[in-house]
Ligand binder design. Structure first.
Ligand SMILES: Cc1ncc(COP(=O)(O)O)c(C=O)c1O
Length: 407
């Protein structure tokens, strides 16, 4: 059956590669790195083989070697291109995706403020490669220079707070000087946000998070506006050897089948939790109504931003709130003890998986405030997560009061 471009996102996540399938219902797992060459007779009857310029990596007439193409990867890229809305290349990690964007755009000036610290480190590798004096880094809100190759790198929603930035506003400023807009959209996969609609030229995701969704697969994606750039990305991936492994590709395809239902549910639970946690910041220390006061200082989330009406809601940049967000606790000891006082939240870094994760952010990012907590909301029931946090807050107060022993 041919793919139906009019079908909804959830349907396309499940069926958009069905014409690439055999009789099996779930995709086959194949680990082969190499594929049989066709016979001279077969080549003569169908000349679009690898050595012909008709061979197209995005729709390969045959597979030759898995660094070029392999069937599960072709299927995954087909599905991702459909749900992200533009041609997409898959990578072995989010960081390799970020680096692929730099190789594609080859900027002389990069405008970036905050966001995932690993992307800043990746950018420094790029600067080293180019010559540090050849590439300057400015802030997103600085004035953009004319006549330089500018990459405006907008991470939105932002790691670790879950706050959103206006892609359209940065795109307008970047366009005015002929710059390129790259969006790290890891925190808001489809169906939460479509950065291309707001002016992005290149969109990357750490697919490790929501696309893979089960805390078991490192991967990343880069999407571009045309096939020419897709082919450049494919070329660079093939000849820097930054390929995702076959098993990981299969895990990713398996996970995409449930993307929409997972992300919608995670977003709804996270938004409700963020609202409730924000209400606790207004509770007096010593009070305990819908949870104890005096523990949570501040909560960040797109739904709590002052300019949320411009950014969040139907037809806005964010259709729904992100499922990962940050909160500041009153004391560093609270942030140290809370992750280990919970039953359902797992104390670990990363985000986007089916199990909720909680992290004192300074354990992963040494520059983070030691009171900062990041929560990634999974698929558990809202009431259970809320109950878990309430008893966790009570526990950290009791540790402070010496009523229960240290963890
Ligand atoms: C916003 C963002 N971008 C990129 C990355 C890097 O992705 P990966 O860990 O898959 O390499 C991460 C990882 O946490 C991230 O949060």
């Amino acid at each position: 059956m041919a793919p139906d471009a009019k079908a909804g996102l959830a349907t396309r996540s499940i069926h958009y590669d069905s014409d690439l399938s055999g009789p099996e219902v779930a995709a086959n797992i194949s680990t082969t790195t190499t594929f049989r060459h066709p016979s001279p007779k077969q080549i003569a009857s169908k000349p679009e083989g690898y050595y012909s310029d008709k061979w197209d990596a995005s729709e390969p007439s045959r597979d030759i070697y898995s660094r070029y193409t392999q069937p599960t990867l072709t299927r995954v890229e087909r599905v991702l291109s459909s749900i992200i809305g533009q041609p997409t290349v898959v990578y072995p990690s989010g960081i390799s995706s970020a680096f692929a964007v730099l190789l594609l755009v080859r900027p002389d000036v990069i405008a970036i403020t905050e966001g995932y610290h690993g992307c800043h480190a990746s950018l420094e590798v790029y600067r080293r490669l180019r010559g540090e004096d050849q590439v300057s880094v400015i802030k997103l809100d600085d004035e953009y220079p004319n006549g330089k190759k500018l990459l405006c790198w907008v991470e939105t929603p932002l790691n670790p707070t879950g706050e959103s930035r206006s892609i359209a506003a940065y795109a307008k400023r970047a366009r005015a000087v002929g710059g390129t807009v790259g969006v790290d959209a890891t925190f808001a996969p489809p169906p939460l946000q479509d950065p291309f609609k707001w002016g992005a030229d290149v969109v990357m995701h750490s697919g490790t998070k929501y696309f893979a969704g089960h805390s078991d697969t490192l991967c990343g994606t880069v999407s571009v506006r045309n096939k020419e750039d897709w082919l450049k990305l494919w070329h660079d991936r093939t000849y820097t050897g930054s390929n995702i492994g076959s098993l990981d590709t299969w895990l990713l395809l398996r996970s995409l089948r449930t993307l929409s239902v997972r992300v919608n549910r995670q977003s709804a639970t996270a938004t409700a939790l963020a609202q409730w946690l924000a209400s606790l910041t207004r509770a007096e220390s010593g009070s305990d109504l819908d949870g104890p006061g005096g523990v949570v200082e501040k909560v960040w989330h797109t739904s709590l931003q002052e300019d949320r009406a411009e950014l969040l809601g139907e037809g806005k940049q964010m259709e729904k709130g992100p499922a990962t967000f940050g909160m500041l606790l009153k004391k560093p000891e609270y942030a140290t003890n809370l992750p280990h006082s919970l039953k359902f939240f797992v104390p670990a870094t990363s985000l986007g998986g089916v199990e909720s994760l909680i992290e004192q952010r300074s354990l992963s990012d040494p520059n983070a405030d030691p009171r900062l907590i990041r929560l990634s909301i999974g698929l558990e029931d809202f009431e259970d997560l809320k109950r878990d946090l309430v008893q966790g807050f009570r526990n950290v107060i009791q540790i402070e009061q010496g009523k229960v022993s240290k963890l």
